[in-house]
Design a protein around this ligand. Structure first.
Ligand SMILES: Cc1cc2nc3c(=O)[nH]c(=O)nc-3n(C[C@H](O)[C@H](O)[C@H](O)COP(=O)(O)OP(=O)(O)OC[C@H]3O[C@@H](n4cnc5c(N)ncnc54)[C@H](O)[C@@H]3O)c2cc1C
Length: 835
């Protein structure tokens, strides 16, 4: 065994071996993989091998697409057949919402180049003659989809990696991992130590145990997953004898199971409600090819619906039931990317569709390690999308929920019920009493919108689809009332959100943004360091500035609002969802000579946003500071008193109205909240939620990460020209951005008016066409109440980014005429903000 290598990959399942293969493919041949038993002796061995392309996450969709293409080429490259069967995949729909989900998905698929066909029930039956069609509204089909033999796939990747110089050490267990003062890692095994530059953890169900070795609480806990294989069925054998094609993979989404042919019989895999998490403390040291006792009671309801749909399934005996551990994260997507706090420690864990994702995840992670950046926007799988709140208790609840909802309708505004109420700002109860319907971000509860007093949906309103598992609304509140029905179209919240937005525009509203990520950057080197990494100079003392951290390639990694508290003291605010992500980047880039100090202060300060034309009159009643425009202009900040409480008031907001963000010691929040509402009665102060904020920001063409800004778009493509100062000297990504521009920008950020919308606005990820040509994708969309227009923000081919250009946006499968309009359709001159 080597004692020195560039990278050590831990774990010889499909995911680890693919990472090794791709590192070698990138030219790093001095790479090794360590596996405690035989390759595939973890989860990979008992996987059913399905390769579903369907995924509503942009990041995961890209990874899956890459995998399927790679698996096709492996035999030619390695000489090993991985058992790929391209038999197609059909997903059935029994409800209108499910059809909407498919239509929404088909748009996303179109933008990433995945082919999807729509089928009628009769067309499905032609392909799957063993199936009954009752209740089927339609289906989608991926012709490219199929399944593979997971162990053969892993062996093919292993041979490919070895051919390129990588080494694999089997029957070798990693027992410890430690970073040396010089940054190198020492990976200790039962066969000796290996010193390396980078470590990749790809240890499947052992992820938490591996994490413990380096002090990481890895947000992964496995859940039990079962599938049943039947004896051979005469009808299937007859089809085979006649040389008829395999019927393909059938997914009865609304009953939460999949089925395919297996060796002349059938294989049924349900995602059951009540499947328990397992290996909470990791598998035992002896674990190898491990399966659990099957639980037939849990399978019974799914077997019943399977027999109803495919009677043949009930006509033959069960050959074997597999019950194995499948790794889950709280949102069901894997964690692929850098570990927080640790340099050169990488995670490729939490894969619940790891056979499907292995190719793509290995490819992008290798790119990240070797080139310093992935080329696909990996925000949807970044390990830092969860924070320290995602500990064991949270994970137990969320992973079981993620498993049970694999087949649920993934409504864009769905807010899941497990582990709710975990992170509450102090004004939570007050907001609840005002009718808040909460959503979550990064574990925080945040008002999404406000229902009028006594508002409640009836059973009839809810119009629950006739399905086994899925609900179209949040769990009832403490009062037993249900207030929101989710939809891909305008939901029942639509008019209430509109009323909130217009109230902010005409009067004054209050929004809780305590979830914002906050950091203080201080020290003699602070200003210089920030300017060396961000796209702008730091603001003058007392001023506020938007600034960006770019990737090495010139894409956009993070956005910060910077307030200059003093010449060497800065307060940085960024998106709540990206707290760990943004702070991790700053920490890893910070100088180590003690000239700069970083303090994470997210939970120290709450944020209340007061916005609207009456906000000055209201706030002036509570403070002795002069709030006049002359004394307190737009984009400045000051410490002010609100009654007896001290706040940092910044004259900025994300809604385009006169207003202040009040950053306050979080323990004073309710004091401030009460004062504002007492004084606010005279001005008709009302709370507003994140949905109204989103509508208001669309009308200002304000951008979000990872929608209008992402690592895949050059900062210039996202229209950030005025926030990128080329004159100020070097900064992170500067030269690469210039080179990108030189090579030619492929996208242009635009704002569009969408015509003829009656019930479904764009949401983001819809394809944009000129005739039949795909010319862009939307990044956000919704209704703008102040301008009374359906709006979309989009990335469009640059030659089409002219005012008045007409294109078509496909929303839920229906083409809508859309016109490029000037950015900031509401108040382009910022008169309200400056007033
Ligand atoms: C019943 C069932 C059906 C499934 N069906 C599908 C499907 O149809 N399609 C699909 O895409 N996915 C499916 N999956 C999921 C799939 O099996 C996993 O996502 C995938 O195998 C994960 O691969 P991995 O490489 O991450 O983990 P694993 O295959 O578990 O590999 C991790 C490896 O790390 C090794 N290891 C751990 N700790 C150490 C250590 N300290 N030192 C050395 N080695 C270590 C382990 O021995 C193990 O071999 C299914 C899972 C189950 C349980």
């Amino acid at each position: 065994m080597k004692t020195q290598a560039r990278v050590v990959v831990i774990g010889g399942g499909a995911v680890g071996v693919s990472t090794l293969y791709h590192l070698a493919k990138k030219g790093w041949s001095d790479v090794v993989l360590i596996e405690r038993r035989e390759l595939t002796s973890g989860s990979t061995w008992h996987a059913a091998g399905l390769l579903p392309l369907f995924n509503l996450s942009y990041s995961v969709g890209q990874l899956h697409k890459y995998s399927v293409n790679l698996y096709r080429s492996l035999e030619a490259e390695t000489g090993l057949n991985a058992g790929l069967s391209t038999v197609s995949n059909i997903r059935l729909a029994r409800t209108q919402d499910r059809m909407d989900e498919y239509k929404y998905y088909a748009g996303i698929a179109r933008t990433i180049g995945v082919e999807v066909d729509f089928l009628t029930a009769d067309e499905v039956r032609e392909i799957w003659p063993l199936m009954e069609t009752q209740g089927i509204l339609g289906a989608i089909q991926h012709k490219e989809d199929g399944y593979i033999q997971p162990a053969d796939l892993t062996q093919a990747l292993a041979r490919g990696a070895r051919n390129m110089g990588a080494e694999i050490y089997r029957y070798t267990t990693v027992t410890g991992i430690a970073q040396q003062p010089n940054g190198e890692w020492v990976v200790s095994t039962d066969k000796g130590d290996i010193t390396c530059e980078h470590v990749v953890s790809a240890t499947g169900n052992f992820a938490r145990k591996t994490g413990e070795m380096v002090g990481l609480d890895v947000p992964v806990i496995p859940v039990e997953h079962q599938y049943i294989v039947t004896e051979q069925h005469p009808l299937i054998m007859e089809r085979r004898a006649k040389g008829l094609p395999e019927m393909g993979v059938l997914r009865e989404s609304d009953s939460s199971w999949y089925m395919r042919e297996e060796a002349g019989g059938l294989l049924l895999g349900p995602y059951e409600i009540g499947a328990p998490c397992c290996y909470v403390d990791g598998p035992s040291p002896q674990s190898e090819y491990e399966l659990f006792q099957e639980d037939l009671d849990r399978l019974a309801p799914y077997i019943e619906t399977a027999i109803e749909r495919v009677p043949a399934f009930g006509e033959v005996g069960v050959k074997k039931v597999y019950n194995g551990a499948i790794a889950y994260t709280p949102d069901g997507s894997p964690i692929v990317g850098p570990a927080w706090h640790l340099k050169n420690f990488w995670l490729n864990e939490g894969h619940s569709f790891g056979i499907t994702a292995a190719g793509g995840a290995g490819w992008q992670l290798a790119e990240w390690i070797v080139e310093g950046e992935p080329s696909v926007d990996m925000m949807g799988v970044d390990p830092r999308r969860f924070g320290p709140y995602a500990g064991r208790g949270y994970l137990r609840q969320k992973t079981e929920e993620a498993y049970a909802k694999v087949f649920s309708v993934h409504y864009p505004e769905e807010e899941r019920g497990a582990a709710r109420g975990l992170k509450r700002s102090p004004c939570y109860d007050r907001m609840a009493a005002k009718g808040a319907v909460f959503g979550t971000v990064y574990g925080w509860e945040r008002p999404g919108w406000f229902a009028p007093a006594g508002y409640e949906l009836t059973e009839a309103d809810l119009d629950k689809p006739d399905v086994l598992l899925n609900e179209n609304h949040a769990e009832p509140g403490a009062d037993g009332k249900i207030r929101e029905k989710w939809s891909f179209r305008r939901s029942n919240a639509f008019p209430h959100v509109g009323a909130e937005a217009l109230h902010v525009h005409h009067k004054v509203g209050l929004l809780d943004m305590s979830a914002f990520a906050k950091m203080e950057v201080t020290g003699p080197g602070a200003a210089q360091w920030l300017e060396s990494i961000l796209t702008t100079k730091v603001p003058k003392v007392g001023r506020v500035q938007l600034s960006y951290l770019l990737t090495k390639r010139g894409g956009v990694r993070s956005e910060f609002t910077i307030f200059s508290m003093g010449p060497s003291a800065f307060y940085l605010v960024s998106a709540g969802a990206l707290e760990r992500h943004d702070h991790d980047y700053l920490e890893k880039l910070a100088p180590t000579d003690g000239s700069v100090k970083l303090a994470r202060v997210t939970t120290q300060y709450g944020v209340l946003v007061l916005a609207g034309p009456r906000s000055r009159d209201l706030l002036q009643k509570l403070t002795d500071s002069d709030l006049s425009n002359a004394a307190f202009p737009w984009l400045t900040g000051k410490m002010i008193s609100v009654g007896a409480a001290s706040c940092l008031a910044m004259r900025v907001n994300y809604v385009g109205e006169l207003g202040w963000e009040l950053h306050h010691p979080i323990e004073m929040q309710n004091y401030i909240f009460d004062l504002l509402f007492e004084a606010g009665a005279e001005f008709d102060l009302k709370p507003f939620g994140i949905k109204a904020m989103d509508s208001l920001r669309l009308e200002k063409s304000y951008k979000l990460i990872p929608r209008e800004m992402s690592i895949e778009y050059a900062a210039y493509e996202s229209g950030l020209d005025r926030f990128v100062s080329m004159k100020k000297g070097d900064f992170h990504g500067r030269d690469a951005l210039l080179a990108w521009k030189e090579a030619g920008l492929k996208n242009a950020f635009v704002t569009m008016e969408v015509h003829g919308v009656t019930d479904a606005d764009a949401r983001g990820s819809e394809p944009i066409y000129l005739g039949d040509e795909l010319v862009g994708r939307t990044t956000s969309g919704g209704y703008g109440w102040r301008v009374a227009k359906s709006l979309a923000l989009a990335m469009l081919r640059p030659d089409l980014a002219e005012l008045g250009q007409e294109v078509e946006i496909s929303i839920l499968g229906k083409r809508h005429r859309a016109t490029v309009i000037a950015d900031s359709p509401f108040d382009a001159a910022n008169e309200a903000l400056r007033s």
